[in-house]
Design a binder for this molecule. Structure first.
Ligand SMILES: [Mn+2]
Length: 369
């Protein structure tokens, strides 16, 4: 009997079954979920390495491989810009997802046509793609990369540094999303939260990677995941200029920056995305930290849906603030948590967005009186 903690070890029998399914294939399509993130791509990369090693041809299908960690463009079928083939490989392996809701309609149709489908995942939903033994789900695992590492363990495979680094990257990114790891601007290493330390299996897998990966390799991954430590010139400039845009309400309890519709700097960075939103978040938190008098900090900015506000409050006033805004501006829709939240309108019309913003500013100023 293997001792099972949270992201549990995979039994040798189970791992051998997956191995047989894969190695009997002529060709394997390794499919990542929509908006492919580090974890799904890392899982796919590691499985491709395993198939290559066993001389089974394969291809990764993803819509975002080139945006992630140090992966060359061109060695993955990027369905964000390329067309899916007519027919799938004889085996489709889905990594980091097991429900059709995680892929586009077109990709769903594609997967459905495959003779043999396998899924390896750490999410479990109402309607799994398949219901037989070909699906392996470990809900307790905090990343799919962790499961792949367990699979290699069960198959007695010690992957090379390159693959370990890849899996470490997938694990780290999902652990960051789960708030198991906290990244800050000034710290090269993330902080491990209580939840992380309580999860014995995650702790085991992660500290193993930390022991087996050279410090330099870890550093590369951590700097990549920690957006604030890997800003390019334009992003740095935007971050610095943001602090020059700070304004305050009449009694200095509320600080904010405005990024108007059509802002050149904002658009040059691709508008609202993972990287710019990390910069905005850092702006709000740093502003609060530096000004003891301040209770909340916000940014007004456009995204594809309309004009938005994102706000952080030191004393958990976000929802109360939103409630107060609605007293004089009932159309305002905003929500979130007491310490952080957001709201938006559906218009990208400059005039309307300024009006919308002014109503909010009026409400906030009144709240702090
Ligand atoms: Mn994942």
């Amino acid at each position: 009997m293997e001792i099972s903690f949270q992201a549990r070890p995979i039994s040798i029998k189970r791992a051998e079954f997956t191995k047989r399914q894969l190695l009997k294939s002529k060709f394997v399509d390794i499919v990542c979920h929509s908006s492919s993130d580090e974890d799904t791509i890392a899982s796919a990369r590691a499985m491709k390495w395993y198939l290559d090693k066993n001389k089974v041809s394969s291809r990764i299908i993803s819509d975002g491989a080139c945006k992630t960690f140090k992966y060359k463009t061109g060695d993955t079928l990027d369905i964000a810009s390329e067309k899916l083939p007519q027919t799938p490989a004889d085996t489709v392996l889905c990594v980091d997802f097991s429900e059709y809701t995680r892929v586009s309609f077109e990709l769903k149709k594609y997967i459905e046509k495959a003779k043999n489908i396998l899924c390896i995942d750490h999410h479990s939903g109402q309607e799994p793609i398949i219901k037989n033994k070909n699906i392996y789900i470990d809900k307790s695992a905090k990343s799919c990369s962790g499961i792949i590492l367990r699979l290699f363990d069960a198959l007695k495979i010690n992957p090379p540094i390159k693959i370990k680094r890849t899996l470490y990257c997938g694990m780290t990114d999902d652990l960051k999303k789960n708030k198991y790891l906290l990244f800050t601007e000034n710290n090269p290493k993330p902080l491990k939260t209580k939840a992380f330390l309580r999860d014995k299996n995650t702790e085991y897998l992660y500290s193993r990677m930390e022991k087996e990966l050279p410090e330099k390799e870890q550093e590369k991954v951590l700097n990549h995941i920690n957006i604030l430590r890997s800003l390019n010139k334009k992003e740095k400039q935007f971050k610095d200029n943001l602090t020059k845009r700070v304004q305050y309400n009449s009694n200095g309890k509320f600080g904010y920056a405005i990024i108007p519709i059509g802002d050149k700097e904002w658009e040059a960075l691709g508008g609202d995305n993972k990287r710019t939103s990390a910069i905005l978040r850092n702006f709000r938190l740093t502003l609060l930290e530096k000004n003891p008098k301040l209770d909340s900090a916000a940014v007004f900015y456009p995204n594809s849906d309309g004009y938005r506000i994102s706000i952080h409050s030191k004393n958990d006033n976000v929802l109360k603030l939103f409630e107060h805004i609605r007293k004089t501006f009932p159309e305002f829709s905003g929500g979130g948590h007491p310490e952080r939240g957001g709201g938006g309108n559906a218009s990208l019309d400059s005039e309307k967005s300024v009006k919308w913003m002014n109503e909010i500013l009026k409400g906030i100023d009144d709240f702090y009186k």
